[in-house]
Design a protein around this ligand. Structure first.
Ligand SMILES: *Cc1c(COP(=O)(O)O)cnc(C)c1O
Length: 387
């Protein structure tokens, strides 16, 4: 068996054809037909009015915070169990994150969020003030971890009540949508004020690097495009009335994106089948559990989480043993409130995130992973658990 990586891109569609076409036409930079095509086709897929393609998911999150009017000294409620790129843009704005716990879905715990607001904050002159820091809370960043959904109903209701903007970090969740409840038929990332997708190399579809912003308000989309292209108020005479960024996606990236989008549903199909295969093969192992996705959604099954239910084997031991068998796995992220740049920021009642960090590893989940490979990984896991 050859080495089985955790998650790698799958570029066997029309990627090469479209990239060569972009090069033949000599449209390789931040303008070109593939960019609009990628934006329009993604919008159509998601059932939204428009999207803005950018250089990365991180750039998309930064733009969303700018448009949420988060300013220097404000606060943003964020999860601690996530990839650090979900939080760093808060610091780019000169604002402060306040770290929240996760629930059993690994996403932001809506009940704890509400408890924090009710017990630690004051509602004064239509502003939500953190009593401890005396700063205004302006927004919530909710991350749909591994393609699973956060409790959007609860979070949106809280946000409405306290006039907070909500940004959905759907960088891992392209393709997941609600099949029931208030948001039935709505894709994750299209529910709140803003949603952000990523096309980094390990995401469900990739453009090498890239991102996409979705917004409720079409004025916000217009402004996002303007800010992502250096805020040009007059393109001929170079007049600028605002500070922008060089965040626009290139035509080469978009060419890959168009080809990848054509295969998204197939990737989801493979990932779904492999997820259920792991689950079946490992069903009789009492020491572990493959974490479920919410029953309220058609998940994209981007990443699979193996939960260790006993302390008989450490995650370090499992990762090292599987690595020796040619299988790459990894622990979930280091918690963000424990990372050096954020040590001085407030965190609220973090418990579950600590548990999950110590008990979860991610299993190989690439969209080109074969049945034989999944079976091999499951066998190796079983034999090490029985040692
Ligand atoms: C990948 C990822 C990002 C950042 O996306 P990039 O395109 O790599 O900038 C942000 N948040 C989460 C949760 C991610 O997984």
């Amino acid at each position: 068996m050859k080495y089985i990586p955790l998650s790698v891109p799958h570029l066997k569609g029309k990627e090469k054809e479209y990239v060569i076409n972009a090069i033949d036409k000599e449209w390789v930079s931040t303008a070109g037909a593939y960019i609009t095509e990628f934006e329009e086709k993604t919008a159509k897929y998601l059932g939204v009015q428009g999207t803005v393609a950018c250089q990365s998911g991180t750039a998309g999150l930064h733009l969303a915070l700018r448009l949420s009017e988060v300013s220097q000294g404000d606060e943003v409620l964020v999860p601690t169990l996530t990839f650090i790129a979900a939080v760093n843009p808060v610091y780019y704005m000169g604002a402060h994150p306040v770290f929240m716990d996760c629930d059993h879905t690994l996403t932001l715990d809506g009940d704890k969020l509400e408890k924090f607001i009710k017990t630690e904050c004051a509602w004064e002159k239509k502003q939500l003030i953190n009593i401890k820091t005396n700063r205004q809370i302006k927004a919530i960043i909710v991350v749909h971890v591994f393609g699973n959904c956060a409790d959007m109903k609860k979070i949106i209701d809280i946000a409405k009540k306290y006039h907070l903007k909500v940004i959905e970090d759907a960088t891992e969740a392209l393709g997941s949508y609600f099949t029931q409840g208030r948001y039935q038929h709505k894709f994750l990332g299209t529910i709140a004020d803003f949603g952000v997708y990523s096309f980094n190399g390990n995401k469900i579809i990739t453009t090498g690097g890239g991102g996409m912003l979705v917004a409720k308000d079409s004025e916000h989309l217009k402004k996002a495009k303007y800010l992502s292209t250096q805020a040009k108020d007059d393109e001929l005479y170079y007049l600028h009335h605002d500070i922008g960024y060089n965040y626009r996606m290139t035509n080469i990236q978009a060419a890959i994106g168009v080809a990848q989008l054509e295969q998204l549903e197939q990737f989801i199909k493979t990932k779904t089948q492999n997820y259920h295969l792991y689950k079946t093969l490992l069903a009789d192992c009492e020491a572990i559990e493959i974490l479920p996705f919410s029953k309220e959604i058609r998940a994209n099954y981007w990443f699979y989480s193996l939960l260790l239910k006993t302390n008989q084997h450490s995650i370090e031991e499992i990762i090292a043993t599987l690595e020796n068998e040619g299988i790459q796995t990894r622990p979930i992220w280091g918690l963000i409130h424990e990372q050096k740049p954020y040590l001085s920021e407030q965190s609220y009642a973090i418990e579950q995130a600590i548990y999950y960090k110590q008990h979860i590893i991610n299993l190989p989940c690439s969209s080109n992973l074969s049945t034989q490979e999944v079976t091999y990984v499951a066998e190796k896991i079983k034999s090490l658990l029985n040692r």
